[in-house]
Design a protein around this ligand. Structure first.
Ligand code: PLP
Length: 235
């Protein structure tokens, strides 16, 4: 069997290989693979990669920096059914630009950002799916709402008519076994659902830990390098 993780493997082989591992992990957890959305994180890669992924059937892509996201989305242009997921820290003064191109924002972490995203709605804007990002580390600079403030943020966002609270998102901390972090995330998901009962999305799991995330109930995986190959050097 070819090793799809090696750099020389083709994009299509890496994508197929990861999808197979996703399906295996889902079945091992007694879950339906089709209930899991695999988002391909394309940050640092050129717009052409998004075109290539689209041609391979990918419809969900993720970006984490507003400027790169806006430029890339403009370059890719309208592709039927393509959904952009914004997964990075967002400044309130960039809310309009983010809203203009994103189908979903996974990194909603404060009431002011919720207000800014809501205020950025145009009369013809579709409802914006949002996930509340929770900070599971002790470092307040990592982005994400503190778990103790999650409930009030959920209530605040749920009251904004142009946003739809879909669920919760987190990046697993490095100093905790991922399985434990994702179990905790699943319980924090219940906190959100106590406020918004149908907010069942759990965005968790990256290249290094997506199998553990699936075992703990993740509905949306954000996978970059395992599919795209190493990111081009930056800075
Ligand atoms: C870059 C990034 C990912 C994907 O990381 P990989 O390890 O390349 O899979 C997922 N989530 C967020 C928030 C990211 O910034």
């Amino acid at each position: 069997m070819p090793d799809f993780t090696e750099p020389a493997a083709t994009l299509s082989a890496r994508l197929a290989g990861i999808d197979e591992r996703i399906a295996d992990a889902a079945r091992a957890a007694g879950r339906e693979p089709g209930a899991i959305t695999r988002i391909v994180v394309t940050k640092f890669h050129p717009a052409a990669l998004v075109d290539d992924l689209y041609a391979l059937g990918v419809r969900d892509v993720g970006e984490n920096r507003q400027q790169e996201f806006s430029a890339k989305a403009a370059e890719v242009g309208a592709l039927e059914g393509l959904r952009w997921h914004f997964i990075g820290q967002a400044q309130t003064n960039k809310a309009r630009a983010i809203r203009a191109a994103a189908s979903a924002v996974h990194s909603l972490d404060r009431a002011r950002l919720a207000d800014a995203l809501d205020a950025a709605a145009q009369p013809d804007s579709p409802t914006l799916d949002v996930l509340l990002q929770v900070n599971m580390t002790d470092d307040p600079g990592r982005g994400g709402v503190e778990p103790s403030d999650l409930e009030s943020l959920a209530a605040h966002a749920a009251a904004l008519s142009s946003l739809r609270v879909r669920g919760i998102m987190a990046v697993a901390p490095l100093d905790v076994p991922p399985a434990r972090a994702f179990e905790r995330l699943a319980s924090l998901s219940a906190t959100v659902r106590a406020v918004v009962p149908d907010a069942h999305w759990i965005s968790a799991g990256m290249t290094a830990d997506f199998a553990e995330a699936i075992a703990a109930g993740a509905t949306h995986l954000r996978i970059g390098s395992a599919i795209t190959g190493p990111r081009p050097q930056h800075g």
